[in-house]
Structure formats: C-alpha cells, structure tokens
Write a protein that binds this ligand. Structure first.
Ligand code: ADP
Length: 557
C-alpha cells in the first residue's frame, strides 16, 4: 500500500514507521478512510459548512502550524479501539474530534503538529435512542445539534421534547459537551446535562461510566455480541453518578479517553414559550443590569441562559463594519451610539425567554419587567414587535433549541474575517462585570480592534465571550490578535479571572494560570495522564497537559 510523505511527520516517527503504521491502520479502517496531508497547498480554510480536518481554519499562527500528518475516519467503535492500540504500538499521537468545527478554539487541528486527527463524526453518527419518558437521547460523536433537532421534527416529537443548541447548529452534541460548551435554554450547560458516557481508554479498552458500568442483565437465550452494541443499563441516562468516584469529569477538556457514546438530557416541551429583548441604552448601565439579573437568575425567574450582548455583536450579525461607517480603527462612543440608534438597540441588549403556560409566563414577565424598569431608558420587545430582520428573530429560535446559522455573519465584520474566542468567567455582579468589560475592552481597542462580546449568564457565573475578529489574510493582524489574547489572559489572571475554554495556541498559558499551591492541579492531571496513557498517545498537550514523553519545556507555547 502506498502512502505519501506527510507535510509534518508525528514527532519521533520516521517516514518508514509512519508508512508501516498507516498500512496497519488501513487494514482496520480501509485505505479510503485515510488522508495523508502532503503539502501546504492542500490546506483549504473552507467555511463553517465545509470545515477542514487538516488544520485550524482560523489560524493565528502559520496556517500549517497546527497541522495533522493524516486524517483517519474509523467506521465503528471496535475500529477506534484498534486504532488506539496501533497508536500505542507505533508510538504515534492521535487527536480525536467529533465534527471538528470547534470554531474559534482551533477547529479540528491537533495541538501537537503531525498528530493523526481521528475524525469520528464521518461514520460514527447514529442517534442511538430518543427516550420520551426519560427525556434523554443517546448519541454518537457525529450527531450534530441540527441532526438531533431534525430527528425530533421527523418523528413528531417536538411537542414532547426540545434540545438545547449553541449559537450555531453544526457542532457535535457530544463534542460540545466534552468541551463544556453552552447553549441558551434552561438546559444550556451541556456538560451538566450529559448523563453517562462510553469511552475508549488510552489502552484501547472500552469503559462505560456512571450506571453504565453495571451490565444490563442479558435476556435468556441471547448470546454475547459486540461489547459496544450491548444495551446499556436502564438507568445509565437517568442517574449520572453510579457508584464510587464520579469519573466523567476527567474525560472533559482532557486527553484521557475517546468518547463514543453520550447520554444527553432533553428538555420536556414546556407548554408555552415567549422570547424577549430588553435594550439598555447606556454602556455604564451594564453594572445595574447585571445586579438586577443575579437574584432573578438565582431564583430561576430567569429560567434560561440569557445573554447580555454588546451592541457591536448584534450590529455585526446585521452588517459589515463598512456598511455602517468608513472609520478604519476602533469605533468610539458616538459611533456606537449612532449604530445603536440606527438599529433601535441599546449599547447592551439582553435576550431571554419565558417558558411555560401563559399564566406562568405572564407572572414571570411582570417580575422581570418591573426589575429592569429601574434602568433609565430600557425598552422591552417581543419578536412580533419588530418587522425588520433582527437578532431577536434568531434568538427566538435559539432559545427554544431550534438550530440556526445566522450568527455566522458577525465574523464578516471585517474582510477575510476569522475569529478567536477569549472566554473568562465572571461573577454575576455589576462591579465585576463592569471591571472585566473595561479591562478587556481597553486591551482590544489598544490593539486596534473593535470590542465585540457577550456575557452568557449561567446559574452563578457568566461566561464572558470576547470575539476577537481578525483578517486571516493579514499576517500582522494575526500577530496582533495572538498577542492581544496573551495579554488578556495575563491581565485577567492578575484580577483572579480564568478562562473556561481556549484555542490550541493558548492552552499552555491558561493552564499555567490555574496554579494554586505550586501547580498541584497540573501535577494531579499529569499523574493521571501518565498512569492511563504511559506512551502519551492521546492528544498530547490538550489543555496544557503533556505526558512525560513530550516535555512541556520543548512543546509549550
Ligand atoms: P464541534 O462540535 O464544534 O465540531 P469538535 O468535534 O471539533 O467540536 O470537538 C471539539 C474538541 O472536543 C476536540 O478538539 C476534542 O479535543 C474534543 N472532542 C470532541 N469529540 C471528542 C470525543 N469523541 N472524544 C474525546 N474528545 C473529543
């Protein structure tokens, strides 16, 4: 079997070994499921709908900095297990992805150049179960939010169950939960809402977590079949913890296993729904708004994960920068006010929803309206109040779990737009939110960019998502975006703020900020990593965790 020489070989692997490895892999997955990445010319940034598996399409370093040596698409769980065993035999690092969009965080690219990207989503993509009574689904890695939603529509289940979606519907339900991504219904914390996993361990063994560790008794007369096809325990998706240490957490944002199945709780149709927008005219009234939001969210008067969006995030969804102004540099207060006026929005725009029958919604809306009325100039809108194309019309869908792709547009704020997310966690406190906003905004503007961002309000914290939009064809703009995020990480750490998730290029730096008591957390993570994956084959460097055979000092960024 012939295999070309890759652009980047895996570390410590020569070409003959690489070829022998892929020859053995081909015996498992079929030659047609292996693509060797041979040259830079082959790297296409593609688009959200046509995402590459070879590299990060939103590259802030050279396009081929985080490049795969090859992309392999296993067809089943036993093939994943065999692939992992071969990676151990040949000492080749592998990097699993489900759908590989991971937009703004590195795409499908591996942290370690030359790793093999394992594209699980191409073939392993069944919705294994949608259980109406238990209100959950069991999915494989390749099931997207759009797929799961479509399944409910096609099976006439929308009157019973809703899903939760992030801003864009094309990601993997399982992959997004693994990265602890969020959506905007009451079930917005995807990791919180997962229940039970099946995982291929770094030695190739298959494990089920929680109640899944208890075998479902076999029916009389049935013979054992494929392990991964065995029915799960009847409580696997109902009780997350099982018995003994709760292990699921160590598989999220980590490099300790390849998830092949996941249970995800679905939201029962609440029996009524109303989305809304509250516009807050003054920039400094973010402080008041957040202090109003905190008790309402804690009491669950605010039932979902609402967002407080900066004017430019909404503006960018509705048009490019050039469509509003000829100003090249960061926009000032007057221009921002003018855009807000033009769009009939505030400097901050709060999107939420009410769930339940009409009397419930009316009662909750009364409380929310009264609380927000303490801010001068706020306005309240339902989607039906606005005729023009607007963000509320999109959020109306998102907040009831209907996948959309409209939010892709803000990336086109500038020509050749690409993006990088900076995502620190904030207290739900006016003072903290205001300080975090002003610290980040100052740095964004210093680097010549517009501040574009949103606060998504969890149960007791906010994920502050700063969208760093840069021109991917301008090397200087890329350098500035990279240096900006490094400064933001350091500035925020100095205030005690840490990020919830990050791009490949920043994993080491951020891991280094979670260093309480002489880095005990990292030492703990490394101990587990080295015990479970002594050859360090699985996603070395993921979230700053390097196995001993890849010295951090050599590889860190
Ligand atoms: P998206 O849903 O945005 O397309 P990806 O499939 O790219 O997300 O997954 C994002 C990241 O999550 C990957 O880079 C990888 O680190 C991790 N991940 C995704 N799927 C799995 C999986 N099945 N097992 C282990 N880690 C995974």
């Amino acid at each position: 079997m012939t295999f070309e020489t890759p652009l980047a070989l895996p570390p410590a692997t020569d070409q003959p070994t690489f070829k022998r490895f892929l020859t053995r892999v081909a015996e498992v997955v079929g030659r047609e499921n292996i693509q060797v990445v041979t040259s830079k010319d082959e790297l296409e940034d593609g688009s959200y709908h046509n995402q590459p598996y070879t590299h990060d399409p939103h590259h802030i370093l050279d396009q081929d900095h985080f490049v795969a040596s090859a992309v392999v698409c296993p067809r089943s769980v036993p093939e994943v297990q065999d692939l992992v065993k071969l990676a151990n035999e040949f000492n080749v690092p592998i990097w699993p992805v489900s759908i590989g969009r991971n937009s703004g965080y590195g795409g499908a690219a591996p942290r370690l150049r030359g790793s093999i990207v394992v594209n699980l989503g191409k073939h392993i993509r069944r919705i294994l179960e949608v259980n109406v009574e238990g209100a959950y689904a069991v999915v494989e890695p390749g099931v997207t939010f759009a797929d799961l939603h479509q399944y409910l529509v096609e099976h006439n289940l929308k009157d019973k169950l809703w899903i939760d979606v992030p801003d864009l519907g094309g990601g993997s339900v399982l992959g997004n939960a693994m990265e602890r991504g969020v959506g905007y219904t009451p079930y917005g914390d995807h990791w919180m809402m997962h229940c039970g996993m099946e995982v291929v361990l770094p030695n190739g063994e298959l494990m089920r977590t929680g109640m899944g560790a208890m075998p479902e008794p076999r029916k009389a007369g049935t013979v054992p079949g494929r392990l991964d096809e065995e029915p799960g325990n009847k409580c696997w998706q109902l009780f997350p913890y099982g018995f003994g240490p709760y292990n699921d957490g160590i598989f999220s944002q980590s490099n300790l296993g390849i998830a092949t199945k996941m249970g995800i709780w679905l939201m029962p149709n609440p029996g009524g729904y109303q989305s809304y927008l509250i516009t807050v005219p003054k920039e400094e009234d973010l402080r008041k708004a957040v202090d109003i939001i905190r008790p309402l969210r804690l009491q669950m008067v605010l039932q979902n994960v609402p967002t407080i969006r900066h004017i430019l995030l909404d503006a960018a969804v509705l048009g490019s920068k050039a469509s509003y102004t000829s100003t090249q540099g960061p926009l000032g207060d007057e221009e921002l006010d003018a855009i807000a006026k033009k769009l009939n929005l505030g400097r901050w725009n709060f999107y939420g929803a009410l769930y339940g029958p009409e009397p419930t919604r009316t009662a909750l809306w009364g409380v929310i309206k009264q609380a927000f009325s303490a801010i001068e100039g706020v306005k309240f809108f339902f989607p039906e109040d606005i005729k023009e194309n607007c963000v509320l019309h999109t959020r109306h869908k998102t907040l009831q779990g209907i996948p959309t792709f409209d939010e892709l547009k803000w990336i086109d704020w500038i020509p050749n737009g690409a993006h990088l997310f900076f995502s620190p966690i904030s207290k739900v406190s006016g003072e903290d939110a205001m300080l975090q906003y002003s610290v980040t905004k100052t740095r964004v503007i210093e680097s010549g960019l517009d501040f574009i961002g949103t606060f998504t309000v969890g149960m007791r914290e906010m994920h502050h998502i700063v969208c760093i939009v840069f021109n991917r064809k301008d090397e200087d703009a890329k350098r500035r975006a990279h240096s900006l995020i490094k400064i933001l990480i350091a500035d925020c750490a100095a205030h005690g703020w840490g990020e919830y998730r990050t791009h490949l290029a920043l994993m080491d730096q951020i891991a280094g900020t979670y260093n309480w008591n002489n880095n005990v957390l990292m030492r703990f993570n490394e101990t587990i990593k080295n015990a479970l994956d002594p050859k360090g084959i699985l996603a070395p460097g993921k979230n700053g965790i390097w196995p001993t055979n890849y010295a951090r000092t050599t590889h860190k960024l």
